[in-house]
Design a protein around this ligand. Structure first.
Ligand code: NAD
Ligand code: UDX
Length: 480
């Protein structure tokens, strides 16, 4: 039996390995992590992450050929293939801070693999890493000259949260990069054989190591660039009376462009896009390509602009101050169908509103109060560096309440901000919500989930990203 060990039981390691175990009953898969609570949760009925369909996959293989353990060294030593799926956040200190990827976790995993291995291994980069990382990893793995053969492969993950199981079950492609030597190609074939259990052969792409590493950064940069492009258009739509949904539809009908990923929003969030683009920018700078770095940096700058623009619309529409006013924030996760809040635009919007002394009442069906408060107390980029977390500021939290019901959040509010596109927000009784709000009642739709005309008929003053402005909003705008 082939043995796989995955280091890192997070959003990628957990679901990815569960899918391999499901599709490959002849392979034993052990997912290991240094976090005891995380592993305990993977072994319980309350999995540590919310992902539609994940519970069923885990339940059907856990204890058979899928195991979760904190005995990291033991399982690494026993494995034929070791996936490394640890976090690779943005550096917050030192050289490249605010841009470069922090490879501390990766390096410590690689050193441990080198120390505990007694047999040849294929080591797979599952984490998103800077191009050329495999070269450094090779040096670390072979530093103690034990005569063990390590083959490094790059096998980046393309799943999106909220649809991880679907994406893993039917991936657009699986990408495997390896050394062009006979041993390297043998390792590529071995990993390809794992995926071939369920992925059609024409969807398994093999490349050289550097192409695979760079393709992951490039794919995320291209995806994020589409969102920043439509968000940039949304600002122009608001100034001209065009409707961004109509523009996106017309543009997306061109088969060369395609309809996906053109939803204007309050801004993209998530643990990957910003981090990976900043990493790409840093790599370009290090390679003497400032123009290329500047080009990609704009994708992040427009995203920041979009979040700031949203807050300015809220404040300026409400007579240029939200001080002491109750604002309901509907949704805190960075997208629907996940409880993940990493880099969620909700954090920036809440900070903006709190900065103007609003009282905010937040509701999200999947995010706990603790998580929200931790996020709001954190410095930028610190979410993946637990050692840098700030103590929670009691003053800021006097302005924040977290409730478990959208109607409660909106009761007596002056305004509502929709930040996450949860399906349930489309089905709320907005007449009831309106009746229980202060007047004029403001509705700021950061996800374009509501029908603007219907909301205006109820009586709301409505702002929806990239839609023709409510005359009220238009008249009260300061420059955006
Ligand atoms: P995560 O933070 O959810 O999980 C990483 C896990 O690794 C944590 O549980 C941590 O405790 C563990 N870990 C860190 N160092 C370790 C060590 N030395 N030994 C054992 N365990 C260790 O991160 P994630 O979201 O799963 O992302 C992992 C990687 O995958 C990142 O590089 C990310 O960019 C990439 N990625 C993420 C997504 C996504 O949707 N989240 C998608 C594609 C790629
Ligand atoms: C992304 C990539 O899609 C995935 O391939 C990669 O492996 C990890 O990073 P993820 O961050 O989980 O996945 O979610 P994604 O669906 O890409 O959404 C990212 C952000 O963009 C979310 O905040 C989402 O709401 C936003 N978004 C997405 C838009 O604002 N408009 C869109 O049209 C699409």
């Amino acid at each position: 039996m082939v043995k796989i060990c995955c280091i890192g039981a997070g959003y990628v390691g957990g679901p990815t390995m569960a899918m391999i175990a499901l599709k490959c009953p002849d392979i034993e898969v052990v997912v290991v992590d240094i976090s005891k609570p995380r592993i305990a949760a993977w072994n319980s009925d309350e999995l540590p992450i919310y992902e539609p369909g994940l519970d069923d996959v885990v339940k059907s293989c856990r204890g058979k050929n899928l195991f979760f353990s904190t005995e990291v060294e033991k399982h690494v030593a026993e494995a034929d293939i070791v996936f490394v799926s640890v976090n690779t956040p943005t550096k917050t200190r030192g050289l490249g801070a605010g841009k470069a990827a922090d490879l501390t976790y990766w390096e410590s995993a690689a050193r441990m693999i080198a120390d505990v291995s007694k047999s040849d291994k294929i080591v797979v980069e599952k984490s998103t890493v800077p191009v050329k990382t495999a070269e450094a990893i090779e040096k670390i793995l072979t530093h103690n000259n034990k005569g063990i053969n390590f083959q490094i492969l790059s096998n980046p993950e393309f799943l999106a949260e909220g649809t991880a199981i679907e994406d893993l079950d039917k991936p657009d492609r699986v990408l495997i990069g390896g050394r062009m030597t006979p041993e390297g190609q043998k390792a590529v074939a071995a990993l390809k054989a794992v995926y071939a259990h369920w992925v059609p052969e024409d969807r398994i792409i093999t490349t050289n190591l550097w192409s695979a590493e760079l393709s992951k950064l490039a794919a995320n940069a291209f995806l994020a660039q589409r969102i920043s492009s439509i968000n940039a258009m949304s600002a122009l739509c608001e100034s001209t009376g065009a409707d961004v949904s109509e523009v996106a539809y017309a543009v997306g009908k061109d088969s060369r462009i395609g309809p996906k990923f053109l939803n204007a929003s309050v801004g993209f969030g998530g643990s990957c896009f910003q981090k990976d683009i900043l990493n790409l920018v840093y790599i370009c700078e290090c390679n003497g390509l400032p123009e290329v770095a500047h080009y990609w940096k704009q994708v992040v700058s427009i995203n920041d602009y979009q979040k700031t623009r949203f807050v300015k619309r809220v404040v300026s529409s409400m007579f240029n101050t939200v001080s002491g006013k109750k604002i309901a924030v509907l949704g805190f996760a960075f997208k629907k169908d996940t409880g993940d809040t990493r880099e969620t635009p909700a954090i920036d919007v809440c900070h903006g509103l709190l900065g103007d002394k609003a009282q905010i009442s937040i509701y999200d069906p999947q995010v706990t109060e603790d998580q929200m408060k931790r996020d709001l107390a954190m410095n930028k980029f610190d979410w993946d560096h637990p050692q840098h977390l700030q103590p929670q500021s009691p003053t800021a939290f006097k302005q924040v309440s977290v409730v478990w019901d959208a109607y409660e959040a909106c009761k007596d509010a002056h305004g509502i901000c929709i930040i996450t596109e949860w399906d349930e927000f489309k089905k709320l009784d907005y007449q009831k919500i309106y009746d229980n709000m202060q007047k004029p009642a403001f509705l700021f739709d950061g996800r374009n989930v509501l029908n603007v005309e219907e909301m205006r008929k109820i009586g709301f003053v409505v702002y929806s990203i990239g839609k023709p402005l409510d005359p009220w909003v238009k008249d009260l705008q300061v420059s955006i």
